[in-house]
Design a protein around this ligand. Structure first.
Ligand code: ATP
Ligand code: MG
Length: 371
């Protein structure tokens, strides 16, 4: 049975490559609408796709419509240019394996997803854990209703069969020994399924994406393995850092604006981003300073802080110091007391207002206001 997903995943054949905003072939164009294969390969304009002025006029092959496996487009997403460049070159050169590396919450998973969303490409996703084994990725025999066994593809083999992308999140928590089984597929080479004798030849369009937090010797992220060199060699890499300041300020300004704060939204946004960047500089993941912080404010945490602080700023929220309140709930209650107090001091210096009073210092929960 041909599903929407398999159509979407179909390889861009030579005739498809010629496609622009029109259907790929004259025959397809002449066919009644209901007979036309959908979606079709089309050329998108780089600016229309990614909103980057410098990409205006660039032609990028994508699908005319999303499929059920295409990630949803997030209108708040801001492209980190370096990573977009890396993702694009990998895609256009027909690369096989791409690894997005970076500290937690810097947008690795979202970057891969939004790239596929922008071009309407299907993406199978799976999240790895320390117990993930090769068969979870490639497939296995399972009992069938006739009392025998049938082969069921794992996401990587399924993507190879269909000619589509697969994302393995948290790739380096997997035991390196399990990953060597993937080496052939990571090069886009045919894979012989030992259990069935079937030779699966990856279709054009098959790509493996992995995301990894860097392994460090300070124990900041736990349980990351060094994959073996042979496995590493099959990937190309992109480092996901934090967004450039002006882009992050724009992101946060857009989040703040609907709350109509008393200060201009961009002024407030600059303060949030200034605190985050200060903390990032002191994070042990980027500095060898012995007094470095063991936690950082990622884009994920920053967004959560802003949304908590802004909703706490609204009338009737029962919150005295929205910035402190927001940061505690979004992040700092999970930090050591030393780090928490130091970062809240920075918040007081940046935003002004009263001193920081932590909810941790209250033996009892607060009295209801006015009681
Ligand atoms: N470029 C961006 N534009 C807008 N929001 C972003 C961006 N990058 C990250 N975010 C925000 O940060 C959150 C975390 O992003 P994501 O899950 O991609 O991080 P990650 O690097 O994969 O983290 P982890 O290492 O923990 O898996 C997103 O849900 C989003 O809210
Ligand atoms: Mg991730």
């Amino acid at each position: 049975m041909t599903t929407q997903a398999t159509q979407a995943a179909a390889a861009p054949t030579k005739s498809r490559k010629k496609a622009s905003q029109e259907p790929a072939t004259a025959a397809a164009a002449a066919a009644p609408v209901e007979q036309q294969a959908s979606p079709q390969w089309v050329h998108f304009d780089g600016f229309a796709c990614f909103g980057i002025e410098r990409m205006r006029g660039a032609k990028i092959l994508g699908l005319s419509e999303p499929s059920v496996f295409t990630p949803a487009k997030d209108p708040t997403y801001k492209w980190p240019i370096d990573n977009l460049r890396d993702l694009l070159h990998f895609y256009m050169a027909g690369g096989n394996a791409f690894c997005a590396m970076g500290h937690p919450g810097t947008g690795k998973t979202m970057g891969v997803q939004q790239f596929h969303a922008s071009l309407n490409l299907p993406l199978l996703s799976m999240s790895a854990n320390p117990r993930t084994q090769a068969y979870h990725l490639i497939g296995r025999l399972v009992p069938n209703k006739d009392g025998g066994v049938s082969w069921v593809d794992g996401p990587v083999l399924m993507a190879a069969r269909l000619g589509m992308s697969v994302l393995i999140d948290e790739y380096n928590v997997i035991d390196p020994g399990e990953m060597t089984g993937l080496n052939l597929l990571l090069e886009g080479r045919p894979y012989l399924v030992p259990e069935t004798g079937e030779l699966v030849v990856p279709r054009h369009g098959f790509r493996v994406y992995a995301t990894c937090n860097p392994k460090d010797d300070k124990g900041l992220v736990q349980g990351r393995h060094t994959q073996d060199n042979a496995n590493d060699e099959r990937f190309e890499f992109s480092w996901f850092g934090y967004l450039p300041q002006e882009i992050e300020v724009q992101l946060i300004t857009e989040m703040i604006a609907p709350y109509q704060p008393s200060l201009p939204a961009n002024v407030l946004a600059e303060k949030f981003v200034a605190v985050a960047n200060q903390v990032r500089k002191l994070y042990a993941g980027v500095t060898d300073d012995s007094g470095a912080l063991d936690k950082t404010i990622s884009t994920r945490v920053l967004r959560r802080w802003v949304s908590k602080a802004m909703s706490a700023s609204t009338q009737g929220s029962l919150v005295e110091s929205p910035m402190h309140y927001g940061l505690e709930r979004a992040w700092s209650l999970s930090c050591s007391d030393e780090v928490r107090v130091a970062v809240h001091e920075l918040v007081t210096q940046t935003f002004g207002g009263g001193d920081y009073k932590s909810s941790k210092d209250n033996l009892h929960t607060m009295q209801p206001a006015g009681a």
